[in-house]
Design a protein around this ligand. Sequence first.
Ligand SMILES: *[C@@H]1O[C@H](CO)[C@@H](O)[C@H](O)[C@H]1NC(C)=O
Ligand SMILES: *[C@@H]1O[C@H](CO)[C@@H](O)[C@H](O)[C@H]1NC(C)=O
Ligand SMILES: *[C@@H]1O[C@H](CO)[C@@H](O)[C@H](O)[C@H]1NC(C)=O
Ligand SMILES: *[C@@H]1O[C@H](CO)[C@@H](O)[C@H](O)[C@H]1NC(C)=O
Ligand SMILES: *[C@@H]1O[C@H](CO)[C@@H](O)[C@H](O)[C@H]1NC(C)=O
Ligand SMILES: *[C@@H]1O[C@H](CO)[C@@H](O)[C@H](O)[C@H]1NC(C)=O
Ligand SMILES: *[C@@H]1O[C@H](CO)[C@@H](O)[C@H](O)[C@H]1NC(C)=O
Ligand SMILES: *[C@@H]1O[C@H](CO)[C@@H](O)[C@H](O)[C@H]1NC(C)=O
Length: 587
Amino acid sequence: MPGRVLLSAALLFIHHCHSLIPNVLLQKQASAIPSFDWRSIQPSTDLAYHDCYGDFQCARLTVPLDWNNSSNPNNISLAVIRLPATVPDDDPSHGGSIIFNPGGPGGPGTLSVLVVAHDIQRRLDGDKHYEIVSFDPRGVFMSTPNAYCFDDYAESEIWWREKRAAGNLDSGEAVIRYHWAMENARGELCASTDIGAFSNGDNLRNHLSTAYVARDVLELVHKIDEQKRDATGVQHLPDVQQAMQNHAKAMRSAKLQYIGVSYGTFLGQTFAAMYPEHVGRMALDSNLDADNWVSLYEASVDDHEAIRDYFFERCFIGGAKCALWRTGDQSPQDVRNRFDVVYASLEESPAVISGQGHAKVLKSDELQWAFLMASYQPISLFNIFADAMNDLYLGSRSALPFWQHVLPTGNSFYDEVLEHQIRGSDVTAAIHCSDGLDLSGSNFTEYKSYLANLTSRFPHAGALQAEFKLPCWTWPEPLRTKWRYDGPFNASVPILFVNNRLDTATPLKYAVKMAERFNGSAVLVHDNVGHGALWPAGDCMWDYVRKYMDGGTLPPNGTVCKSPCEAFAHGCADELANEAMPLFAGF
Ligand SMILES: *[C@@H]1O[C@H](CO)[C@@H](O)[C@H](O)[C@H]1NC(C)=O
Ligand SMILES: *[C@@H]1O[C@H](CO)[C@@H](O)[C@H](O)[C@H]1NC(C)=O
Ligand SMILES: *[C@@H]1O[C@H](CO)[C@@H](O)[C@H](O)[C@H]1NC(C)=O
Ligand SMILES: *[C@@H]1O[C@H](CO)[C@@H](O)[C@H](O)[C@H]1NC(C)=O
Ligand SMILES: *[C@@H]1O[C@H](CO)[C@@H](O)[C@H](O)[C@H]1NC(C)=O
Ligand SMILES: *[C@@H]1O[C@H](CO)[C@@H](O)[C@H](O)[C@H]1NC(C)=O
Ligand SMILES: *[C@@H]1O[C@H](CO)[C@@H](O)[C@H](O)[C@H]1NC(C)=O
Ligand SMILES: *[C@@H]1O[C@H](CO)[C@@H](O)[C@H](O)[C@H]1NC(C)=O
């Protein structure tokens, strides 16, 4: 669940959690992102790159709104970005393009590569040198039109805050009814807004599922391939017919090289199932169970309790590195007791936090979200979370910075990146609801039993997961996608599946399951906790990825790499923090 504020490797899930990420982290990232005026580029059916963001290049690619109807006149434009390889295009050691998707759904690829592309390039640099490409999927960020529903981010934020203030979905019937009504209100807005609507009555939201995105990716692969051939002059053959035959042949053989994270694994699995003949190399990190995703999304937080145990254990081992630890603690249970005290006291009455121009209260519901968020990246976030918990334990007002919402503070409210991230949760819903079952005929009672099922199985995270899926129950029927791919998710293509041992949103067992579907695939396990097994990771993980990208060699299925770092360990967090997945807030 992508969060508005920071997005760990994947936007998956965070959007519910948007207020909980430390302000400091977000501001650092937002200010690190230079600006670029995408409107200065004329959209084109050719991949015409323009310099942007320093050493990057940007293009706007025109594609049909409706891949299934060639008489549909409407087009959309996709924002595409690349970091060229460190060698010229015609150098024999040029490894081609690797397309990266950061997750979401609805993660802005163009922003995420600004943060990760140099790392990926450096990690893979060896016998071959790769160009790193990404794009904003249709409806997202700089791709036009957008699929936002609210006119502006203040409206979006107010809606979100009112919903959040009502409490989490495990707080009783009245709260569930309130969230249900709020989602209905947003759904109605999505159906009536001009944003994403075309003059002939078409609506972008009818064309937003992952199947469309996979087809867009295929187009991008074709364009990249075409450009490569143009560069090498192949199309200038004197014989036109021969040239056309060559072109058709090349179209059939263009291959995707891909790294996808979180929801990006679903995009990868979908692409591989739909277009197996176009799969070159595919490394999928933090894997969704595709069958689960296209049905009711009834699992994904399976590791939550184990990750809580890991927090208490690591805090106990970390000693003075963890603010919630005390001299004389005998076991992780002592840490857990303090955690429980804070939780229980907030259950009884919210903490009052004020200062720096803010006044707010903190309920136990927010702790649920905060822990979920922190568990996306234990190495960089558990210690901050422990500090904030300890402040609450001591009743100290210094807790404010952690809980302070990033938005309503001064300039950040006008930050374009934040604006898009905040409104992006509308797009997240549009995409994952399109991918899933049509629930427009289902009622409130049925939703409640779905919720009850999740909360009984996952007492501390089930309600948060159910929140993610709620907009799909209330999604307006007229916006239902016209095309989705719901399986089978299998093909005879060898994919490298990577996953952490414990993952907040995508348990390892899904990587194992999906690897069995794609003949010849293997699972590479990172002995780490969090969402995103390559961010951060040491040489062991990246060496395997590089060998696979370079020559197709997979590690033996089930290979495990030790993590170079653990939460609350001495001296490693800073060093690796730079390689953490961008905390783009997911919306
Ligand atoms: C859209 O086209 C694809 C092939 O490109 C086909 O598999 C799919 O069934 C079509 N969907 C619809 C709704 O026509
Ligand atoms: C295809 O698009 C044309 C033009 O918008 C429209 O008239 C027609 O009904 C569409 N066909 C289908 C099958 O949606
Ligand atoms: C959509 O793009 C196609 C291909 O470039 C073009 O022929 C068509 O005119 C475009 N449609 C609109 C409405 O601009
Ligand atoms: C909700 O749907 C279920 C299953 O279709 C049905 O049995 C039930 O009567 C419905 N409840 C209401 C309140 O409409
Ligand atoms: C939750 O739903 C799943 C799938 O429908 C079902 O297999 C399981 O028994 C349910 N669990 C509970 C506790 O209701
Ligand atoms: C994929 O699954 C379908 C349905 O189970 C099966 O018919 C097909 O042969 C499978 N394809 C591959 C490549 O395994
Ligand atoms: C990989 O190993 C796991 C056990 O660790 C096994 O369950 C799975 O079937 C294997 N997958 C493949 C693709 O060989
Ligand atoms: C892929 O693996 C499945 C399951 O092991 C098997 O049934 C199928 O024949 C294989 N397909 C190919 C093309 O090797």
